[in-house]
Design a protein around this ligand. Structure first.
Ligand SMILES: [Zn+2]
Length: 480
């Protein structure tokens, strides 16, 4: 244990050194060289790390980097929604920090997408499924998952699911039903006051404004149909034409649940790089290959998504979102300062992966070579300009544009060669390292937004996912 501690502190020290090299005033050649030596010295950690991994039996998982936030369950205390309703960093956030790891409050598998392979309760793959003990024909990942499902929603739903399917209940309707059946019938009356239940949590985080006429009609119609199903299923007790007291409460809850499901259902996907012929093909795509197999309600993520949109800046996204291991994860793809508005992007959803960055083509804004100066010089990429003197009186420093252009060419070459080599080797840790280095180098020369940042950071997001998937498959392979 002591050794492990020593290992961690010295590794941290070396990592810091590496970081400082990037920030130092060394010229680029010397910097690259120092970095190389430090890295060589760091090789010792790779060996120790293997020892360490063997002693740690936990399956790799994305876990919140900080404590869980009390108001935004599933999100870390590192992020917060401010009074203006924008998502901001609540502390200095680090690269690759996990800011959200949220399990859905309710979810359903999509028809024909995952049955028999993915557990309808845990959303994880089922190596050895166990059959439903009620007679529905469903299978679950293990006995614990089965018991949990059969104690709550499955106990009611299995009796009516076939009939609902036959009348054509849509997936959103099934999800709404699940939001209600996930909680005990006795809790229905107090649903909007208590954040304990699935629906209660959705209520407390998601603002449900008065619905449009179409939404109202649809929600009422689906609720009316489902409340009958709940009587048949034994969830509500009632007789005859009129709704009983408990059915009234259920109808109200269903109405809200349909509205929530209509607006906030999110796709649940499996990251699937096997769709590609070669791993490097990932980098040619706009989104990481993934397959949708379920939909679910993630109250915190839904809220954050709306708030991150409201606070959009010109910059590239700060964090990206994807589903893995039964949870919706958001990871920082660059560091952020406390108080900074954050922008999120989906790593897998083509509709939400668009970075709305306005980049003026063929223009490049060079930074003033004085590091403390904020001035940038917008020039054409093929500028013939050689040296620019900063117009700020107290700066007046000269910036050699020609040298900077030369450095850009070097970086482009480095990117092509080194990144391609490490992608070929499927060494994702190195790829992440390479891309981070390049982003940091570009940042010294050019102001955002610039297309190269968007490219590099998209690749960085994909490399982080690949790095994790590799770690996971290595872990599994070691246990066969
Ligand atoms: Zn200046």
């Amino acid at each position: 244990m002591l050794k492990l501690k020593q290992y961690i502190t010295s590794k941290e020290a070396f990592t810091k050194c590496l970081d400082m090299i990037g920030k130092s005033d060394m010229n680029s050649k010397l910097r690259d060289k120092t970095r190389e030596t430090t890295k060589k010295q760091m090789n010792v950690f790779t060996v120790v790390k293997q020892l360490r991994n063997e002693s740690m039996d936990d399956k790799p998982a994305f876990k919140l980097t900080r404590e869980e936030s009390a108001e935004l369950g599933g999100a870390s205390t590192g992020i917060v929604v401010n009074v203006e309703g924008n998502l901001i960093a609540n502390a200095d956030l680090a690269f690759a920090e996990v800011t959200t790891a949220e399990a859905p409050v309710a979810h359903i598998l999509l028809e024909g997408e995952a049955e028999d392979r993915i557990c309808p309760h845990t959303l994880l793959r089922m190596p050895a499924p166990v059959p439903c003990s009620l007679g529905s024909g469903l299978t679950f990942a293990n006995e614990k998952a089965r018991a949990e499902a059969e104690k709550t929603y499955h106990r009611y739903e299995w009796k009516v699911s076939q009939a609902l399917k036959e009348i054509g209940l849509t997936e959103v309707g099934r999800l709404a039903l699940r939001l209600v059946t996930s909680m005990a019938p006795a809790g229905l009356e107090k649903v909007s006051e208590s954040g304990e239940s699935a629906l209660g949590r959705a209520f407390s985080l998601l603002e449900i404004k008065p619905v449009s006429n179409d939404e109202a009609v649809l929600s009422a119609a689906v609720a009316a149909c489902l409340v009958r199903a709940l009587r048949v299923s034994g969830y509500c007790s009632g007789q005859g034409e009129n709704l009983s007291g408990s059915e009234h409460a259920a109808a109200k809850a269903l109405y809200a649940a349909v509205t929530i499901a209509l607006r906030h259902a999110m796709s649940i996907t499996i990251l699937d790089p096997s769709q590609l012929a070669k791993p490097m093909d990932v980098f040619k795509r706009e989104t990481f290959p993934a397959r949708t197999f379920a939909i679910g309600i993630f109250p915190a993520a839904s809220k954050l998504r709306t708030c991150a949109k409201a606070g959009q800046s010109d910059d590239e996204p700060d964090a990206f979102v994807f589903f893995h291991g039964g949870k919706l994860i958001s990871l920082m793809n660059k560091g952020a300062r406390k108080g900074q508005a954050l922008k999120l992007v989906s790593a897998v959803d083509p509709d939400e992966s668009k970075e709305e960055v306005e980049v003026i083509n063929e223009m490049i804004t060079f930074r003033c070579s004085n590091e403390k100066c904020e001035v940038g010089f917008p020039l054409r990429e093929n500028t013939k300009e050689k040296v620019i003197t900063c117009p700020m009186g107290d700066c007046a420093k000269e910036t050699n544009v020609w040298l900077k252009l030369k450095r850009i060419q070097e970086l482009k070459k480095l990117r092509r060669e080194q990144v391609a080599k490490n992608i070929e080797k499927e060494d994702w840790t190195e790829v992440v390292e390479n891309l981070r280095y390049l982003v940091a180098e570009w940042e010294k020369i050019v102001c955002r937004p610039y297309k190269e940042f968007a490219n590099l950071e998209k690749e960085l997001r994909f490399a982080l996912i690949l790095q994790f998937l590799k770690k996971e498959s290595d872990w599994a392979a070691a246990r066969i």
